[in-house]
Design a protein around this ligand. Structure first.
Ligand code: PLI
Length: 462
């Protein structure tokens, strides 16, 4: 029997466990009220199954932990930096690497290096920190993802694709000279972990060459994107994920990476590029905000764990089991009739809060309310990805009202078992059945930026 017809199973066994605390419903009701109905403000020890994020929460391998002992903690020129740099060039194709403390450190640098006030940055859907750094540098973000990405029920296989007509319209409106780069994410997070196809990427490359505009690749989940290319795009079924990852990267110019996701580490990131002059300028800037260009805010041991994690992350067996676990949970929910974003994404299952809570208008933050209710039911922590995350328009101050009003059940890599996924599914199904009892929320404290992190809410009266 071919391997493809066998069910996936984790390509590892468990060597150490972390015990979890269980809580009562009353304790959870108290905890979520104290947290202002924001799952970011819960204490981790009050959470049973933590699906807040897949960021920095992976279980490292024994090899990565062994690598931590090889940390060369020199201030300058650490051996681990050179190992990391060579790994990035071999696996991702980029010639130069500037380490940063995490992804937003790289976003900060690239935005300052390339954006002038009044510029326009097109991207395949916004990401919260990415857009904020673009705006802080003086640019306005323009969404150029395909329309299908905004429809949770659309089953198209590559809902991360860029709509080149939207790019043409932007050039017509503002001129290519006001577009410093195209911001391209692979496995688009806010769209539900939806991939970009190789065909679309090649068309984008040709478009950018015509207009002399570089591509800045947010490669945070590039391995998951490559897996979907292997599974869905004609001509790629026999290619390794590693070779597809390399090809994706080689079609782009510059990359920002939060290594806390795909690359299987608890902290770290980098900015990478091919251009020598840009690298020199990035080195000049990183010493101001992160640290010397050979550590950029990381310890030597962190860079070593990252170098090892990068290679593990592009292994076919790893990625098949990783996405397989996400799909396992998604299929369970679909079978029970819970509305989720289609197709199931690479890092998370996204619940369609609009359809689960049709009695709540978007102004009452249904996804935020659903995430709070899920926590109370069984101690499962999820994250709002809807109007709260979208924030306000920087010019008008009006709330963005995105079409997608979602709760993200994000699966950490190599952490939970299939039995945990069963518990999550049972809880989501029960909460969805009783959705009518969930009340809307309003802000009791709204931070000016990235309000989803620290915002506090109170339930609305009946
Ligand atoms: O959290 P950072 O600073 O290491 O990375 C920022 C970041 C950039 N791009 C993308 C696509 C992300 O998903 C991302 C961080 N994501 C988080 C924290 C998440 O929970 O999805």
């Amino acid at each position: 029997m071919s391997a493809k017809r066998r069910s996936w199973a984790e390509p590892f066994r468990i060597k150490m466990v972390e015990l979890l605390k269980t809580t009562t419903r009353e304790e959870r009701e108290r905890a979520i009220a104290e947290a202002g109905y924001n799952t970011f403000l819960l204490r981790s020890e009050d959470v049973y199954i933590d699906l807040l994020t897949d960021s920095g929460v992976s279980a490292m391998s024994d090899r990565q932990w062994a690598g931590m002992m090889l940390g060369d903690e020199a201030y300058a020129g650490s051996a681990n930096f050179y190992h990391l740099r060579d790994t990035i060039e071999q696996c991702y194709s980029y010639k130069h690497t500037v380490p940063t403390h995490q992804g937003r450190g790289a976003e900060h640098l690239v935005s300052r290096l390339l954006i002038k006030p009044g510029d326009w940055v097109p991207g395949n859907m916004y990401f919260t920190t990415t857009r904020l750094h673009q705006e802080l540098a003086g640019a306005s973000f323009v969404d150029v993802i395909v329309d299908a990405a905004h429809d949770p029920a659309d089953p198209s296989p590559f809902k991360g694709n860029v709509d080149l007509d939207k790019l043409d319209a932007l050039v017509e409106r503002v001129g290519a000279a006001r577009i410093p780069y195209v911001s391209l994410a692979t496995a688009v997070n806010m769209a539900g972990g939806q991939p970009v196809s190789m065909a679309n990427l090649r068309e984008l490359r040709a478009w950018c060459d015509r207009h002399r505009i570089p591509i800045v690749h947010d490669m945070t989940r590039v391995a998951e994107n490559a897996y979907f290319v292997q599974q869905r795009e004609p001509g790629y079924a026999d290619r390794s994920v590693a070779s597809i990852v390399h090809e994706i990267c080689s079609l782009t110019d510059i990359a920002t990476m939060s290594a806390k996701k795909d690359a299987l580490v608890n902290i770290g990131g980098f900015l990478a590029m091919n251009d020598d002059d840009l690298y020199r300028r990035a080195c000049d800037l990183v010493v101001v905000y992160e640290g010397l260009h050979t550590y950029g805010g990381l310890a030597g041991r962190d860079m070593e764990a990252m170098a090892i994690g990068i290679r593990e992350s592009i292994d076919d067996h790893h990625i098949r089991a990783r996405v397989g676990q996400v799909e396992y949970l998604g299929h369970k929910l679909m079978q029970a009739g819970v509305p989720i974003v289609q197709p199931i994404g690479g890092h998370a299952v996204f619940l369609d809060a609009r359809r689960i809570l049709p009695h709540l208008p978007q102004e009452q933050f249904p996804a935020q309310a659903l995430a709070a209710a899920l926590y109370v039911d069984a101690g499962v922590r999820a994250m709002e990805r809807g109007a709260v995350s979208a924030g306000r328009n920087k010019d008008t101050g009006q709330n963005y009202m995105p079409k997608l009003e979602l709760v993200r059940l994000t699966i950490p890599r190599r952490v939970y078992t299939q039995a945990h996924m069963d518990v999550v599914a049972e809880s989501v199904i029960e909460v969805a059945e009783q959705a009518r009892t969930i009340k809307g929320l309003r802000f009791s404290y709204e931070p000016e930026q990235l309000r989803f992190f620290l915002g506090r809410f109170e339930p609305l009266a009946d």
